[in-house]
Design a protein around this ligand. Structure first.
Ligand code: HXC
Length: 514
């Protein structure tokens, strides 16, 4: 049995270190509306489940007066715990200790817990709140970041990696979150940028605040770097718990079976999509009308909203949804929506989550801006991601499926396992008006009454092509279904896809249009 003197010494050491940068620094942290590193971990993990490691690690810097400085825990708290009863690895940078700056031992604590999470196949949660590379440690800090980036890449697609930005995340430090699967930001607290306002002022002479440059709204609405936006740290932790309830613990873990709750009555699938093809609607209502308990966890809700991605459950098990959003830009594919959906498809594929695709789009967005922004390269990512995905892939064409959009949105030709269409679906090269104007241009131009002829030709085109039956006659669509049959059809398609196994050509890896 340990002597009581030694136990007291341990307790004293613990207490001292757990005070981080001390009362004053903690007060400053609180005044900024931020929790401390340990409070954050405790709030996020199950009650009493946190076990801390490397509490007694000390920095090894010897320049710029560092030898006299004691940095408790070297500015980062690491350990294991549980969320919803299941194990996770976690680290949280402690801004109260030298601004959470990353020196070599700080980095080593992080890489140690990263190695543990990969070895034990459990999710890694990283809470970032740091001034970046510890300036006094020079290249040792840079080496530390390099070691973290390498491990982020190695673990990608094996275990879920979650980054939470709860303070500054500056310079090269931003690249660890960027390499992880999901980035969470909080209004007024998160700041992410490569070069800060001071550098921008010096080099470009432009004045910009940290918030305008890389605040939470910037990254959830403009850049797409963030996947979840919260108003407060507490809300952010609830979002993380919710995400973890949907995703598998590793790429070899079984999908969890939850209790099946039928969709709520208020989401009546017969009433969501308007008969008039030009009328918008919210495709999230369709998702909710087929999902268990009408629950849907949307990812990147505020960015590239012309496509909707996220998680739901059908028959108690998680599925990933990819759906065109007719109420934003008519649901077109463009540069950002292509990036957004392609990455999500690859996430689902890596973690064995079946993908349900809901289609209603007029195609890729035309325009000089899009062409010059690289819509060819970005748009190709969607084709690549669907084509290489080997998880069960199910498509429902709700209304329009025109042109390249039809092919890209998980068509049979990219190896969808099941393609269903509603009776109002139109599978065609383009919309009837555009098609008639092109193929009957001469007849319309030379007619006595061009408007009358145009209408006749549009009607002729609608009659012939603007329906799901031409594609169904070729077997490109497996079944034309009534909207109210959708949930049952999806349930069945998922049930019979459980043992899916397909081969791919042997290769080291493909070369996606990154
Ligand atoms: C060492 C640092 C530090 C750093 C902050 N501190 N950043 N120490 N290295 N990078 C220390 C401060 O000296 C201070 O110590 C304490 O942390 C709190 O910092 P404050 O400046 O008082 O806090 P605040 O006013 O809130 O400002 C926060 C900040 C600012 C905006 C993050 O500290 C800042 O601009 N820091 C430098 C950011 C930066 O340029 N980092 C390098 C990026 S380059 P005391 O002892 O006074 O309490 C990079 C390269 C990585 O990261 C490349 C990887 C590939």
């Amino acid at each position: 049995m340990a002597s009581s003197k030694k136990v007291r010494e341990l307790q004293k050491r613990r207490e001292e270190i757990q005070l981080g940068g001390g009362e004053k620094a903690i007060q400053k942290q609180v005044a900024m509306g931020k929790m401390t590193a340990r409070e954050r971990i405790i709030e996020l993990l199950d009650n009493g489940s946190f076990n801390e490691y490397d509490l007694f690690v000390e920095h090894d810097a010897r320049d710029f007066g560092m030898e006299q400085k004691k940095l408790h825990g070297d500015g980062v708290v690491t350990g294991t715990g549980t969320v919803g009863g299941k194990p996770v690895c976690i680290f949280a940078q402690d801004f109260t200790v030298a601004g959470g700056s990353l020196g070599s031992m700080h980095a080593r604590k992080i890489t140690k817990i990263m190695d543990h999470s990969l070895k034990m196949r459990m999710p890694l949660i990283g809470i970032n709140d740091s001034g970046g590379a510890r300036i006094q440690e020079g290249v040792n800090s840079l080496a530390g970041y390099g070691e973290i980036f390498f491990r982020n890449t190695l673990a990608s697609g094996v275990i879920p990696q979650i980054s939470v930005i709860l303070g500054p995340c500056a310079g090269g430090a931003v690249y660890s979150p960027a390499l992880t699967d999901f980035v969470f930001v909080v209004d007024n607290i998160s700041k992410m940028f490569i070069t800060g306002p001071e550098v921008i002022k010096t080099v470009l002479g432009e004045d910009i605040s940290m918030e305008e440059l890389g605040g939470a709204r910037v990254h959830s609405e403009m850049t797409g770097n963030a996947h979840f936006f919260a108003e407060s740290e507490a809300e952010c932790f609830e979002q993380i718990k919710m995400l973890l309830s949907y995703i598998p613990w590793s790429n070899s873990a079984e999908r969890v079976q939850k209790e099946v709750v039928e969709p709520r009555k208020e989401f009546n699938i017969n009433r969501i999509v308007p008969a008039d093809k030009r009328m918008p609607y919210d495709v999230r209502d369709v998702i909710r009308s087929v999902s268990d308990d009408s629950a849907f966890l949307e990812v990147q809700e505020n960015w590239a909203a012309n496509i909707v991605i996220g998680f739901g459950r059908i028959n108690g098990k998680t599925v990933g949804y990819v759906a065109n959003q007719p109420k934003v830009l008519a649901g077109v594919l463009d540069v950002d929506s292509s990036d957004k959906s392609a990455r999500f498809i690859r996430y689902c594929d890596a973690f064995n989550i079946p993908i349900v695709t809901l289609v209603d789009l007029p195609g890729y967005l035309p325009g000089v801006d899009q062409e010059h922004a690289g819509v060819i390269r970005h748009g190709a990512k969607v084709l690549y991601a669907y084509s290489e995905a080997t998880v069960p892939k199910i498509t429902v064409i709700l209304r329009k499926a025109y042109g390249g959009g039809y092919i890209a949105m998980n068509s049979r030709h990219l190896r969808a396992d099941f393609v269903f269409a509603w009776p109002d679906a139109e599978v065609a090269v383009m919309g009837p008006e555009g098609a008639a104007n092109i193929i009957f241009r001469k007849e319309i131009a030379t007619a006595e009454d061009p408007d009358k002829v145009r209408k006749e030709k549009v009607d002729e085109y609608i009659e012939k092509f603007a329906n799901p039956y031409v594609a169904a006659a070729k077997g490109f669509i497996d079944s034309v279904i009534e909207p109210k049959e959708t949930r049952n059809v999806l349930k069945h398609a998922l049930e019979v896809s459980g043992n899916k196994e397909i081969g791919m050509p042997k290769k080291k890896h493909g070369i996606p249009p990154f």
